[in-house]
Design a protein around this ligand. Structure first.
Ligand code: CA
Length: 159
């Protein structure tokens, strides 16, 4: 659209209207997810942790947490079991399944001084049970504990 206005004795000025568009800040997470928790503007950062529970917004998004309500433990299972003479650490978590770009991978260390986290010996034990209308599934994983007295778990959530 063009708007032209005649100015008194000094010629014309012509301006062209620009298209306006809405481009919400999402930092890679759906606008609807941010909006459902009332998070707006610059606070929409995947690495922020507004509730201070140690889990960044991306982790809350991937594991079905509430980024405005501190809950430092999103494990749905955390037990040990002995199968065939081997002790296994069994743990579970809710994993988002309706975002193909999202990856959730448990990794371990036997000591926090170990250089790298490892997926060695981590086994997904049970195929996920769909929950929340198919947005998530509850997954159960195991890792053997024979020969070690402790392991440290980290859930790698990437997008
Ligand atoms: Ca958090």
């Amino acid at each position: 659209m063009t708007h032209t206005r005649q100015l008194a004795d000094s010629g014309t000025v012509t301006s062209t209207a620009s298209a306006l568009s809405y481009n919400p800040v999402t930092d890679g997470l759906p606008d609807s997810w941010w909006a459902s928790y009332g998070i707006t503007g610059p606070a929409r950062a995947a690495t922020h942790d507004p509730d201070g529970d140690g889990m960044a917004n991306l982790v809350e998004y991937g594991l079905g947490g509430n980024p405005t309500n501190a809950n430092g433990n999103l494990l749905t299972a955390n037990t040990s079991t002995n199968l065939g003479g081997t002790t296994w650490w069994r743990f579970g978590f809710r994993a988002r399944t309706n975002d193909a770009a999202l990856a959730i991978q448990p990794v371990f260390k036997s000591s926090l001084t170990d250089a790298d986290w490892s997926t060695n010996g981590v086994v997904r034990k049970v195929s996920g049970t769909p929950v929340a209308g198919g947005e998530y599934e509850d997954q159960v994983w195991e890792t053997p504990m024979d020969g070690v007295d402790r392991k440290f778990l980290r859930l790698g959530v990437t997008k």
